[in-house]
Write a protein that binds this ligand. Structure first.
Ligand code: HMG
Ligand code: MG
Length: 302
């Protein structure tokens, strides 16, 4: 088996995890959640997003979250357009994450533009960020399946990735937005991308766990050479504009699998579970990750 010795987990719970929450989570609780996650060892994290508060009310406190959470780590803030990138850079962020869907229909529902319109808007903005020394991550949604258009052609994913590479992005986070990919899809797409993309571009896989396939997809992607995964504490998450998308793969379940396989992540499991325990009473749904459920069952029987 070809497996990495070390894997980097990018914690996306504070952004992808919380963006879909019905009830507004008070800003001070978001800040404490982020602090607990940092304490668990995450060196890379999506903190929040600069998006329209009308479209995603949960992220309306982005500025305050950023003000309180920036440190020397790789703190990503999502921004889909010119206004979002301006707000991010004004707030002192050094790591910007743009996002685009390979599927036109999804992109329109998510950011009110076709994929091509988004790419054309982002090109000069990304080039400008790179000239100024920012780290740019590009999140690529619906890379396997789209809730509106069905199966996505892998060459269309490759084309979006290559266009981003030409703009100078540092990282591509390739996403199974609605959790429909299977391990064979994952192995094949990441093998193709690894083969055609530059070795210097960081390639990250982002799996949602709608159908319970995410952990198997991570295993398959590692065999295609991927050693970076977006994960979400408690398995929170989902995109409000992708019907059928449930949470991201749970960070604690991935940490468990990798540590059992002798692959290091640098994440401290007890501290990660403490962060999940902190946020869970504030959520509208119970946390369903395997590791957190085990912990709860054990403490109920003690
Ligand atoms: P629009 O209505 O076409 O935008 O929305 P607009 O340019 O006409 O502006 C409308 C209003 O929004 C204006 O305010 C703008 O100032 C404001 P008003 O004059 O009405 O008061 N506005 C903004 N405010 C804050 N930040 C901004 C911004 N831009 C405009 N950046 C827009 C277009 C992109 C704004 C909207 O569609 C939007 O906010 N979409 C957000 C979608 C989103 O956050 N989706 C979830 C994240 S993606 C995801 O989860 C997938 C991922 O996890 C990977 C995967 O799993 O696939 C990354
Ligand atoms: Mg996502």
């Amino acid at each position: 088996m070809e497996l990495p010795e070390r894997v980097t987990l990018i914690e996306v719970g504070p952004r992808d995890g919380l963006q879909n929450e019905k009830n507004f989570i008070p800003t001070k609780n978001k800040i404490e959640f982020i602090s607990l996650l940092k304490n668990a060892g995450f060196q890379e994290m999506e903190l929040t997003s600069y998006v329209s508060p009308k479209w995603v009310p949960q992220m309306q406190d982005a500025e305050t979250v950023v003000e309180n959470c920036l440190d020397d780590a790789r703190n990503f803030v999502l921004a889909p357009n010119k206004k979002g990138i301006e707000l991010a850079t004004e707030s002192g962020v050094k790591h910007v994450a743009v996002f685009v869907g390979v599927s036109n229909t999804f992109n329109q529902k998510n950011i009110n533009k076709t994929t091509e319109e988004s790419m054309n808007e982002l090109r000069p903005l990304i080039e400008n960020l790179k000239r100024k020394g920012y780290f740019v991550r590009a999140c690529i949604s619906t890379s396997f399946y789209c809730p509106f258009e069905g199966r996505i052609d892998e060459n269309d994913v490759l084309k979006v990735c290559q266009d981003f590479e030409e703009m100078g992005v540092d990282e591509l986070s390739v996403a199974d937005t609605i959790g429909m990919a299977n391990p064979r899809d994952s192995y094949e797409l990441f093998t193709l991308l690894k083969h055609h993309l530059r070795a210097t571009t960081l390639l990250t896989a982002h799996f949602h766990d709608t159908r319970g396939m995410a952990i198997a997809n991570i295993f398959a992607s590692m065999q295609a050479g991927i050693d970076r995964f977006d994960t979400s504490a408690g398995g929170l998450g989902g995109c409000p504009f992708a019907p059928g998308a449930s949470g991201n793969v749970a960070s604690e379940d991935v940490v468990y699998m990798l540590s059992q396989m002798g692959i290091s992540t640098g994440i401290h499991m007890d501290k990660l579970l403490a962060a999940v325990a902190y946020i869970s009473p504030l959520l509208s749904k119970p946390v369903s990750s395997k590791q957190f459920s085990l912990l709860k069952n054990v403490s109920q029987h003690q």
